[in-house]
Ligand binder design. Structure first.
Ligand code: NAD
Length: 375
């Protein structure tokens, strides 16, 4: 089959990691008989430089014509002094809102090959794991088009008071909760809603909606945690979690925290989805959870695996290509098995004899080879 993919490499390490994901997609297409056509677009800082806007309206219209969007990262010091509405990160909000991508799925899995890159002790990791293995597998579902990032922002006339508003409607909460429950049904059937309902009225509405929606999923065990406790529990006993559903702000922070448990922020993929269409395809934005990492940009040091795994999520969620997505995931596993590591995922206690540090490009090539060698 043919698929059209909008590519927005963005800024900093964005182009370096997207280049690797494209190589991997092409290898997957060659192996499985699919054709991926790409349209490269500028969003973020690079778009500001060439057009004065982080997301020109025609760029959004172009993306809407495609089947999915693969994004690198946007932002960097060059644009940090611009006013809020002209900052590169505005492009992300514009894409999410413009494409109706209201749920951000962030799988946080500790791969056995990266056990030594995880800073948590074995005895903590095995605590809630039925198999007594030092592993965990969490899916964070973050609400993406509401809450604090989209509420009213402002300053008083003298500029000495600033405010941002956390606002949620029943509909916004219900649709993301349903996305979480649907995912939980295909996993361990445990769902934790993270909020701050002891203080925030919006969180109390989350609980009200959950009390209604949960009735449609009697097989799923639902529990609630305050966000401060959840931040602690993620470190104290990550194995207790299956699916976590939470607001835009809390999800942003908790998923960065959780990423450290997997060895590096460079490992984590994400899918931002809206409602399914009846064409059998679902538009989605696929991107690693990390930013543009200006400190390592242009040096071939970035870990491309989060972006490569985001491409696998694209095949699964937007194109319904389950086997092809698994092919990429298993090729990533085989590459790690072979001992290749980017610097960020080398053993926390120093390189072990079987590990070899490589750059982004060599890591991408190795995943391509692993795909070519798969039966
Ligand atoms: P960051 O994620 O870019 O970097 C944090 C740290 O993680 C840095 O030390 C970086 O070197 C490292 N890192 C990140 N990705 C890595 C990778 N793939 N491989 C190896 N190491 C990696 O976060 P930041 O420094 O807070 O932000 C930098 C810029 O990125 C800012 O302008 C910020 O606004 C932007 N940002 C963009 C996005 C996005 O595009 N979705 C997300 C977060 C931050």
């Amino acid at each position: 089959m043919n698929f059209s993919i909008a590519l927005a490499p963005g800024d900093g390490i964005g182009p370096e990691v997207v280049e690797q994901a494209v190589k991997v997609l092409d290898a997957t297409g060659d192996k499985t008989g699919h054709i991926f056509n790409y349209v490269e677009l500028e969003v973020g800082g690079c778009a500001i430089d060439s057009t004065g806007e982080p997301l020109p309206p025609e760029t959004l219209e172009f993306v809407k014509q495609c089947d999915a969007l693969l994004l690198g990262a946007v932002g960097g010091p060059k644009w940090e002094t611009l006013p809020g509405r002209l900052r590169p990160e505005r492009a992300l909000l514009g894409l999410r809102a413009g494409l109706g991508a209201f749920a951000n799925l962030r799988p946080v899995r500790l791969l056995p090959q990266l056990r030594t890159a995880c800073p948590i002790k074995d005895e903590i990791l095995v605590k809630s794991n039925a198999d007594h293995k030092p592993e965990f597998d969490i899916l964070i579902v973050r609400e993406l088009t509401g809450g604090l990032y989209f509420g009213e922002h402002g300053r008083s006339a003298d500029g000495k008071i600033a405010f941002d508003t956390e606002k949620y409607s029943w509909l916004e909460i219900e649709r993301v909760l349903r996305m979480g429950y649907d995912a939980a049904m295909g996993r361990s059937k445990k769902l934790c809603i993270v909020d701050k309902s002891n203080v925030l009225e919006s969180s109390r509405l989350w609980r009200e909606v959950a009390s209604v929606v949960s009735k449609d999923y009697p097989a799923v065990e639902t529990n609630f945690l305050y966000v401060d406790n959840a931040a602690m529990q993620l470190i104290r006993d990550p194995g207790q979690f299956d699916v976590i559903v939470t607001s835009n702000l809390f999800g942003d922070i908790l998923s960065d925290e959780a990423s450290v448990l997997t060895g590096s922020i460079g490992m984590l993929p994400s899918a931002s989805l809206g409602a399914a269409t009846n064409r059998g395809r679902r538009m989605g934005i696929y991107e690693p959870i990390h930013g543009s990492a200006p400190d390592i940009a242009g040096k071939d040091l970035a870990n491309p695996l989060g972006t490569i795994l985001s491409a696998a999520m694209m095949l699964y969620y937007s194109f319904g290509l389950e086997k092809e997505a698994s092919l990429i995931e298993s090729a990533v596993g085989a590459t790690l098995d072979s001992g290749l590591r980017t610097a960020d995922i080398a053993s926390a206690s120093g390189l072990t004899v079987s590990e070899k540090i490589v750059g982004a490009s060599a890591m991408g090539d190795a995943v391509v080879r692993a795909i070519e060698n798969r039966l």
